[in-house]
Design a protein around this ligand. Structure first.
Ligand SMILES: Cc1cc2nc3c(=O)[nH]c(=O)nc-3n(C[C@H](O)[C@H](O)[C@H](O)COP(=O)(O)OP(=O)(O)OC[C@H]3O[C@@H](n4cnc5c(N)ncnc54)[C@H](O)[C@@H]3O)c2cc1C
Length: 490
């Protein structure tokens, strides 16, 4: 694993974004002091602090009214985003604008929410409302040539951490193509147009920071691509419908509406039936209360577990359903770390009969429609959960498919769900290879000699999936024959 990936694995997403925004504000203060940016450095600093203070107070009030826990990092993030898109205050008369922007960003999170998840990017909603009700708009001043390099470098880290390279790529591509098309006749030459677009518009900041906000992006890859492309198209500064010109915040809000419309609205309230220890630090959690809820083997849900004093990682997590749709109960296989999050501690302490809610079903890491496709599953560690789901479903449906599975674990660790895999071996001819040694090309060549004919499914922690993928690409397996499922710790 590279040093960069190691760093990104250790830092939480919220912490990374927060540090990045603090750095941008610091850089802007320094450039203002040097005279490169035309702001008063103290005015800029004061504006940022004022926004943080009002946001914090407003969030506290709303959190009490709505009985919801606040993630302080995300409160500061919204305030700092506002400070980078609203021109710093020049005098006290500017303060009502700042005050209402901070209050509306907080209000939007609590009021315009579905299943306790906000629908709109809070900063974009806030500046949209200030434009409508106060007649004061965001200037998006962070889109300046002086801010280009810091925005680009930190932004790229965020995209890598959140694994949203394709969505953000689709956004940039759609925005640039739309800008080029709108300037095709009578526009400046290509180099001028591109440099203006990247150096003098908020394109980069918008794409890296605002578009990637996790709660307002769709959950599946294809929908995320559409979301990125749609928002990019609407972002183009000269785009207008009649006399209405699109501002960046409006582009994002429309993208958020798309995201909401295409997301699953099911919400389950489940009851813990059983907690089963599977190995030293892995447990299965079996829940009842599924009702008529339908899903496809290999999909995941977003799980919300309210608990006292949640840490900065909050009260929500994604977990793959390790159960098969053919089973009555829902099952999770969860791995626990030594100094684990407050969420995991609360989950581990959940007693039988305790409740948890789950929503936002998603995932395209599912079996192909064609039953004749030859498959190869490569699982690393806890990444075995979607394969338990798929193989149990094949077993229950007596669906005989040509599958080879290689299940890799670190030396001395337990292999999970062996009973299901050996039943599938006996009844369906599934071949399972348990590997705790070196995982390399030799293993694939030896155990899956027809690997060129198979569709590969790779699942596990990011570093493992990356290394499986590299081995396959080195063996000249085509990229479109490899499906991946990462388990990142956001
Ligand atoms: C689509 C999808 C499906 C997934 N499916 C599964 C699944 O089936 N099973 C599964 O186990 N996971 C799954 N995950 C991963 C899961 O959602 C969690 O992100 C992951 O387990 C990490 O959990 P955690 O944040 O609670 O941290 P923990 O697992 O508790 O800890 C992970 C590391 O972070 C450190 N840490 C913990 N809290 C903090 C903190 N507040 N600040 C800084 N560091 C901290 C710990 O010390 C440890 O080193 C899936 C993820 C995705 C996106």
């Amino acid at each position: 694993m590279s040093r960069l990936d190691d760093f990104l694995n250790r830092i939480t997403m919220y912490r990374l974004v927060l540090d990045y925004l603090l750095l941008l504000v610091g850089v802007a203060v320094a450039f203002s002091a040097l005279g490169s940016l035309s702001f008063n450095p103290l005015g800029l600093l004061f504006s940022a602090l004022f926004l943080v203070a009002v946001s914090w107070a407003a969030n506290e009030v709303f959190a009490r009214v709505y009985h919801v826990a606040v993630n302080n990092e995300s409160v500061i993030i919204s305030a700092l985003v506002l400070s980078l898109i609203i021109t710093p205050a020049r005098n006290l008369y500017d303060l009502p604008f700042f005050f209402w922007a901070a209050v509306w960003a907080a209000a939007g999170k609590f009021i315009l929410a579905f299943h306790k998840k906000h629908l709109f990017n809070p900063a974009a909603l806030a500046v949209f409302l200030t434009a409508v009700f106060l007649g004061r708009s965001a200037s998006w001043w962070v889109g300046s040539a002086f801010m280009f390099f810091p925005v680009l470098l930190g932004g790229w880290l965020i995209v890598r951490k959140t694994q949203r390279e394709e969505m953000v790529g689709a956004f940039f591509l759609a925005a640039v193509l739309t800008i080029l098309a709108l300037n095709f006749v009578n526009g400046p030459d290509l180099v001028t147009l591109l440099s203006k677009t990247f150096l003098e518009t908020p394109l980069l900041f918008f794409g890296f920071v605002m578009l990637t906000e996790p709660l307002t992006t769709p959950l599946t890859k294809n929908l995320r691509l559409i979301y990125g492309a749609l928002t990019g198209f609407l972002f183009a500064p000269q785009l207008h419908f009649g006399a209405v010109y699109f501002l960046p915040e409006q582009a994002l809000l429309l993208g958020n509406i798309f995201s909401f419309l295409v997301s699953s609205k099911d919400r389950l309230v489940l009851t813990l039936k059983e907690r089963i220890p599977l190995g030293t630090d892995v447990y299965d959690f079996v829940f009842t209360g599924r009702g008529k809820f339908n899903y496809t083997a290999g999909q995941y849900l977003e799980w919300t577990l309210g608990h006292g004093s949640p840490d900065s990682r909050g009260v929500r997590r994604y977990f793959t359903l390790a159960s098969s749709p053919t089973e009555n109960d829902l099952r999770l296989g969860v791995k626990f770390a030594e100094n684990g999050s407050s969420f995991k501690k609360a989950l581990l302490n959940l007693s039988s009969g305790g409740e948890i809610s789950a929503s936002s079903l998603a995932g395209d890491f599912t079996l192909p429609r064609d039953p004749n496709t030859k498959l190869a599953f490569l699982a690393g560690g806890i990444g075995i959960t979607p394969f338990r789901s798929m193989i149990k479903s094949l077993l229950d449906m007596a669906d005989r498919r040509n599958v080879v599975m290689v299940y890799a674990e670190k030396e001395g660790r337990d292999f999970l769900y062996r009973d299901i895999f050996s039943a599938a071996q006996n009844l369906l001819g599934l071949k399972t290879v348990y590997s705790s040694g070196r995982f390399g090309q030799d293993l694939i060549r030896r155990e899956i000699p027809d690997y060129k004919e198979r569709l590969f499914y790779l699942s596990g922690p990011r570093a493992m999936v990356d290394s499986f993928q590299k081995i396959l690409l080195d063996l000249r397996v085509a990229k479109d024959r490899i499906k991946t499922d990462f388990f990142p710790g956001f």
